[in-house]
Design a binder for this molecule. Structure first.
Ligand code: HEM
Length: 437
């Protein structure tokens, strides 16, 4: 038993308590958290904004890697969706407040999984507050979000601003959030000169987690999870498999906007997907899960052991991209990764999307927050549409719109929003031209 697994007097493991603290948030969450962290290592302080990367999404060099070299994302994450009051552009005072709040975080926390990684991103609705067009190159699109299958009915996140916080330290996450929301004027012992709420209003707060052990632990508390709990202890995700193998991910360089004032920015799509774990685990055996998550070829060749970490740094999906229609006819099923990956390769065969998804137990529902970074939103839309597997449904009646068609029978999109992540120097309420407001 590790320290984190030791039971406290109220019967929670320390790990459970810390995660619950992030989900609760605010002063109550922080108090719970600080109690449990008595004697924990200090949170490393930052070097100020200018020492942190110009790319707000420059996270990969600042998180650990696993044995196979895959990036390991911070275990605790929070998404804050905020609106600018009124109809017009924000004021210079608003910009100063947001700038001060974010710069404060960079003073307070090391830019790493042990301190805090964060980014501020802006929606198309935000940029519509201004008269000028968004100064991005022709190969960058930032449309309003839209359904990407006939049956999708998500709520669209059209709030102005999305702030994403991520850390292995729940106490860092909570302190950062308290400072941003004006509930504290310091974080990690460092004064924070302004808060986001000096300029913006919070519309939604969503939380999540990723990493071996956490989904199994949380599944116990959620509606619709079979008893006994079927989520493997080793799985970083609710559906029982590892994801985000390094060679199936884009690089930060490739998703970066190349020129203009927003160079070293990127676009970010964030979906929230409810998962029907009772059916996923109840209706299928392991081989069927492998077929639907990866590809029928992965099951036929026995490529996936357990949660799939044996795959190393590459899911091996590239061999099966041309087999979708044949697999549909032969096995009556097609794979999620197999379908999506078809639209996820550039001319040189490299992945286009940098997926950074994590799980959530918000509202006591198992869901997945799916942030994806790519140079242009139309690239995300093409990959999501490829997941529809229309050619597989046309090849055989066994594969239908949402039946035997990857994991579509088990996941339901609840929210979708599109955002521009500016470079750090323009991260505080930018104008569309990148000029001072
Ligand atoms: C609950 C929902 C989801 C789960 C559990 C999930 C899980 C996985 C897993 C296990 C893989 C194979 C390993 C890997 O390459 O990472 C994969 C691949 C992939 N997923 Fe998902 N996924 C989900 C939703 C989505 C959504 C909504 C998209 C939207 C575009 C997506 C895009 C992709 C892509 C593009 C790949 C293939 C990567 C490649 O090009 O090789 N996934 N996913």
């Amino acid at each position: 038993m590790t320290d984190a697994d030791a039971l406290d007097t109220d019967g929670l493991t320390r790990r459970e308590a810390l995660k619950a603290a992030v989900a609760v948030g605010g002063a109550a969450g922080l108090a719970a958290c600080v109690d449990r962290l008595d004697g924990a290592e200090p949170i490393p302080a930052g070097d100020g904004p200018n020492a942190h990367p110009e790319r707000q999404f420059g996270w990969n060099e600042h998180v650990p890697t696993d044995d196979a070299g895959n990036w390991v994302l911070p275990r605790h994450q929070t998404l804050l969706y905020l609106d600018s009051p009124g109809d017009g552009p924000p004021s210079a005072a608003d910009r100063d407040a947001v700038s001060g709040a974010l710069a404060g975080l960079d003073e307070a926390f090391e830019w790493s999984n042990e301190g805090l990684l964060h980014s501020a991103a802006y929606s198309p609705s935000y940029f519509e507050r201004f008269d000028e067009p968004l100064a991005v190159p022709d190969d960058v699109s930032l449309p309003q979000p839209t359904p990407l299958a006939d049956y999708e009915t998500p709520d669209f996140d059209t709030q102005d601003v999305l702030v994403h916080l991520a850390s292995d330290r729940p106490d860092a996450l909570l302190q950062a959030e308290q400072a941003l929301l004006g509930e504290a004027d310091e974080a990690n012992g460092v004064p924070i000169p302004a808060s986001l709420t000096d300029a913006l209003e919070v519309d939604a707060r969503r939380t999540g987690f990723i990493g071996a052990g956490l989904p199994r632990e949380r599944a116990d508390e959620l509606a619709g999870v079979p008893d006994p709990n079927p989520v493997p202890e080793a799985s970083p995700l609710f559906m029982g498999f590892a994801a985000g193998f390094r060679r199936n991910q884009s690089t930060e360089d490739a998703v970066a906007i190349g020129e203009g004032p927003f160079a070293d920015g990127t676009t970010k799509s964030v979906g929230n997907w409810r998962q029907r774990l009772d059916d996923w685990y109840g209706e299928q055996d392991f081989d069927e899960q492998v077929m639907e998550m990866f590809s029928p070829g992965h099951a036929a060749e026995g490529l996936v052991e357990g949660v799939g970490t044996n795959l190393g740094d590459d899911s091996g999906i590239d061999r099966f991209l041309d087999a979708v229609v044949d697999d549909a006819r032969e096995y009556g099923r097609v794979g999620h990764a197999q379908k999506a990956a078809r639209a996820n390769r550039d001319a040189d065969g490299n992945p286009i999307l940098l997926r950074r998804h994590f799980e959530s137990a918000d509202d006591d529902i198992a869901s997945l927050h799916f942030p994806s970074l790519q140079r242009s939103i139309d690239q995300f839309e093409a990959v999501r549409r490829a997941m529809n597997g229309v050619d597989a449904t046309e090849a055989t009646p066994a594969v239908r719109q949402r039946v035997n068609n990857g994991i579509l029978e088990y996941i339901f999109v609840r929210h979708r929003g599109y955002f521009l992540v500016p470079p750090r120097s323009l991260r505080a309420l930018p104008t569309p031209s990148g000029d001072d407001g």
